[in-house]
Ligand binder design. Sequence first.
Ligand code: ADP
Length: 497
Amino acid sequence: MSRIIMALDQGTTSSRTILFDERGKIIASDSAPLTCYYPQSGWVEQKPEEIWDSQKQTIEGVLRKQNLKMKDITAIGITNQRETVIAWDRKTGKSVGHAIVWQCRRTANYCDQLKREGFDEVLKRKTGLVTDAYFSGTKMRWILQNNPDARQLAEKGDLLFGTVDSWLVWNLTGGKKHITDVSNASRTLVFNIEKLEWDEEILNKFEIPKSSLPQVMASSEVMAHTDETQWGASVPIAGIAGDQQASLFGQACFESGTAKNTYGTGCFMLMNTGHQLTISQHGLLTTIAWKIGNKVTYALEGSVFIAGALIQWLRDGLQLFNDAKETEEMARSVDSSGGVFVVPAFVGLGAPHWDPYARGTIVGLSRNTNKNHLVRAGLEAIAFQSYDVLKSMEKDTGMKLKTLRVDGGASANNFLCQFQADILGLIVSRPEVVETTAMGAAFLAGLATGVWKNLDDIRSMWKEDQQFKPSLVASDVQHFIEGWQKAVGRSRNWMSD
Ligand code: ADP
């Protein structure tokens, strides 16, 4: 019988478990929704026990569907929503308060203070990240400052912190292992990505005790086993990576200078920059892609906040169509956007502009503009935003990308993929399996347990579905980019008081 690898994909809106065979094909999957709580404006929480329960339910569900038992699984890989912080009691395993989700803005003021003090320079140099409420460090500090139970436990040395991967491993192992991997650690704002250790200076600044943090493992190694009494088998947990890094791995972007872009609610572009750490001079994050053996691979990352969400807004807010799928045909029904540009800065602009005061803008309207022009301009905006991020990556690394691998819900749109290829002047390549995140976690786990021997084995399992070749002349591209940049200029700094 073929060996089976189980990937746990714990996301913000759902938990999923997917089984892969040793040819990298999906055998079965199960998913369960997960609730977010919004106790105040800008605050986002989840219940740690609900995260675990939903994940557990899908593990049991997928095994049941295939009439399998845990003992039939060769290895488990984990990929997860990043930066979200959970605190729990070492003695009881019970969570302390709610999980603070990556989107939560509650520590924005403290981040502003850090910037005023100039500490953002220290954070950037040591962690590769910008000082923002998004990352875990200031969330852990908030818990210690605001939750008396957490503080008491910390004083006794019994408080444990973890990102979602740590929490899943803790529960899978019956409370035996408190670990994380380098890719998740690199999103906490307290991990030194050069020395590969929790950073004393930053921990002191945030007043976070080191004893509360997990042991940091490689991304592909046997790091723990499922608890036999609970699961009936001791199955190796052999791969962990944050969702975007897992997707870079699942897209087989193993060489320096290769990149992937995920078109979901937002866009996440990551470029493999090899074993050399590159601190961005152009508004990107430096992050750890993965560690295999004793070799660390770094990546540059740029996130765009609103991508597919713009299509959702055109559908639900403006009711221009019923289904996102219709946008492809609508965009093709006109020759061009008719000079219309949409800048979807609904929540400010992310990489590389970082302008929290920018707001959504539509420019270039005329009496001839109809909804098809707007839809086309919307899809083009997704591609333009990705253009800005990719150009920053090329400036930071001095490397020129040849192919961009794409995935995510909106990558199903052929118009978008073609326009992306046109604007970037490079090949856009879409894989057969767009479940790249879960696949990356499975690959990491299978690599550590001998299911696959090396990266070449994995590379050979990555299969292309469709390729989009650039077809625009340079002067036309230039014309588009000038229009886009002018439109971005109009959207910027709108909210300043
Ligand atoms: P997430 O994982 O962030 O929830 P998905 O990867 O599931 O997102 O992608 C869903 C997003 O992609 C939605 O915002 C939706 O509007 C957009 N989308 C889905 N299909 C299409 C399509 N054919 N054309 C354009 N956008 C699409």
